[in-house]
Design a protein around this ligand. Structure first.
Ligand code: CDP
Length: 222
């Protein structure tokens, strides 16, 4: 039988990664956070001074691609050339540049190839922006997660302050708005509701309700 692929797409801070993680735990599937892969490439670009406020050296980053290995550890942490960088990729600096890196087709092709390869290794829950639309259009089941701006900002602000990141609400809002704009308006694989996706809203009923609804939809398939 073909691997089961559960795709979970949505904009930043809607709760899609938390849902994907919970579903992977429930079904004992692998969780692949595709956003962490784009973050890892952005982290690499920042470390090699290939991107800053004024420039992005796309050609040099393309020439480095054959030496860049992005993968996941056995407990689903993102790795860059064999080193776990799960904590580093969540920095505000990475968040501020990731959508600029992710909009380039050459880097998307690199990631999509890897994501499809990961999908062949076993049953997976993969979350991102283009999983149900581009990476796995034949996913076993597709979810698209929505949330109000208020819920999203609150989630991200709490997440960062719990990690002792010194951040203002204004910075969180502008990062989310900026990424929403770039991710939805880019030419290659913009954020869309995938065909046949089940749209779920993360609202005041909370994450556990969202998980329950998603599980009941998945169980009804089998
Ligand atoms: O965690 P958060 O929702 O803030 O974002 P993420 O899932 O970590 O993704 C970070 C960025 O990677 C997004 O803003 C997109 O620019 C890009 N991304 C993408 O283009 N395609 C994906 N499948 C996943 C992420």
């Amino acid at each position: 039988m073909k691997n089961i692929i559960i795709s979970v797409d949505g904009a930043s801070s809607t709760g899609k990664s938390s849902l994907a993680k919970a579903l992977a735990k429930h079904y004992r599937f692998k969780h692949i956070d595709s956003g962490a892969m784009y973050r890892a490439l952005t982290f690499y670009s920042l470390n090699h001074k290939l991107i800053d406020k004024n420039h992005f050296d796309i050609d040099t980053l393309v020439s480095h691609l054959p030496t860049i290995e992005i993968d996941f550890s056995s407990d689903d942490y993102v790795m860059l050339n064999g080193k776990i960088i799960e904590h580093e990729v969540r920095s505000m600096e990475v968040s501020n540049y990731v959508s600029i890196v992710a909009k380039e087709s050459l880097f998307r092709k690199f990631m999509v190839t890897k994501q499809r390869e990961l999908g062949k290794r076993g049953n997976v829950v993969m979350d991102g922006r283009d999983i149900g639309s581009v990476v796995f259009p034949d996913s076993t089941i597709k979810f698209y997660i929505e949330a109000s701006m208020e819920v999203r900002v609150k989630r991200r602000f709490l997440e960062l302050t719990q990690k002792n990141v010194d951040i203002s609400l204004t910075d969180v809002i502008s990062n989310i708005e900026n990424r929403d704009h770039i991710d939805s308006s880019r030419d290659d694989s913009p954020l869309v509701i995938p065909k046949n996706a089940i749209v779920l809203t993360n609202n005041e009923e909370g994450l556990s309700h969202l998980i329950e609804v998603a599980i009941s939809k998945i169980d009804s398939l089998f």
